[in-house]
Design a binder for this molecule. Sequence first.
Ligand SMILES: Cc1cc2nc3c(=O)[nH]c(=O)nc-3n(C[C@H](O)[C@H](O)[C@H](O)COP(=O)(O)OP(=O)(O)OC[C@H]3O[C@@H](n4cnc5c(N)ncnc54)[C@H](O)[C@@H]3O)c2cc1C
Length: 431
Amino acid sequence: MQEQIVIVGGGAGGLELATMLGRKLGRSKQAKVTLIDRNSTHLWKPLLHEVASGALDSRLAELDYRGQSARAGFQFMIGTLESVNNHQKTIQLAAIRDAQGREVLAARSLSYDRLILAIGGVTADFGTPGVKEHSYFLDSLRQADEFHEHLLNEFLRVDQSIEDGNETTLSLAIVGGGATGVELAAELIHSVSLLSIYGLSYLDQKHFKVCLVEAGERLLPALPERLSTSVEKKLKSLGVEVILDNPVTQVQENTLVLSEGKPVQANLIVWAAGVRAPDVTKGWGLKIRKNNQIEVNDYLQSVSDTSIYAIGDCAACRIDDERWVPPRAQSAHQMAECLYRNIVRGYRQQPAKPFVYKDRGSLVSLSRFSAVGNLMQSKSLSMSVEGTMARWAYASLYRMHQRALHGWWKMFLLLMVDRLNHVVKPRLKLH
Ligand SMILES: Cc1cc2nc3c(=O)[nH]c(=O)nc-3n(C[C@H](O)[C@H](O)[C@H](O)COP(=O)(O)OP(=O)(O)OC[C@H]3O[C@@H](n4cnc5c(N)ncnc54)[C@H](O)[C@@H]3O)c2cc1C
């Protein structure tokens, strides 16, 4: 009997794993590999801040799951995972409804021999009142698109208002001085610098304010202090107001209440502070951490059930007694690779090898202005990079994801397509 391998979540980790397993075991019919995602297309999550600012047209970077499944030898099913029954080894998917609420597909149940959960993470609001009601999140393409649409409307409104003779400004507040917050701030400044090319010539840097608020003492705590300071300086030179060491205690409509000092007023608020796994993991009878991440052992199996695995942002995997694998694309990639190798080893009657996280460093893009990061050669040897070299290294992360999905040759073709699009398409998506 063919083994039923079910992977839920086609993101940075899940889609790479489904592709590798499909090629190795699905095509040769040694196993039936099924990927389930709530969406029909995949967009690499670290691109979402570019979609939000308009720097990237998501339609040019999305990948169709069904197309990928046909090429790589796995099966794709659209659906949202609601519950896991680990006694019966089944999962339940919610009914699919159209925009009018009519049922397209009834709720379904699916059996598995091995279940791999790769459903990613969502932004944590740490119980701060008003966050959900009054802020945007960048956890999904839909949210990035919604923000983008609102941003465009604000661009139009403020540009017209200035043309009509009113001294108006458009202000944005971003909560969270980690990679997402810093990258979004820089992308937004870049987008506004391009507006005049496309006919919105009144709204310029003078009329655009970005405020970045961080609860900790410095931006980008995962990077060496020298790089945090350099990023802070760069953002300030671009006109971004940086508020440090001042947690947000409440979000009201167009206002951030801080633990100290004056509230921050903003037309748009983005909350980009912290990551947790989705609430749905709470109801599956698996051991989870406070942030809902599923606790896994060295082989990425749930500590409560060895036929269930978790990888990427939804997994809590220890590095040592004090540290956990960070929620990053490189972690999801490494976990997918380790699990793939172990599953294939199992088919060859070879023992599995434990997952060992290799920190390759962190890179943060400051849009077209710069990039910074540290590249880790080994535990004790790291190299700080800034400017062009860091931008190349940052861009290579996405290319490595494309290589895992398509191979070197197609990755190279996609790089060429992106270069051509850069020449023939507008540099800013204004629709
Ligand atoms: C704006 C932004 C910038 C980032 N920049 C970087 C960066 O520069 N470098 C870096 O290393 N990391 C970065 N990250 C973090 C990185 O994107 C994540 O760590 C990585 O995507 C995690 O991969 P994953 O496979 O665990 O989950 P994801 O890539 O989030 O994929 C999860 C998938 O599961 C699906 N899903 C979720 N719930 C369900 C359900 N119930 N049923 C069915 N499907 C479901 C989703 O549709 C999605 O396709 C960034 C994140 C954001 C938001």
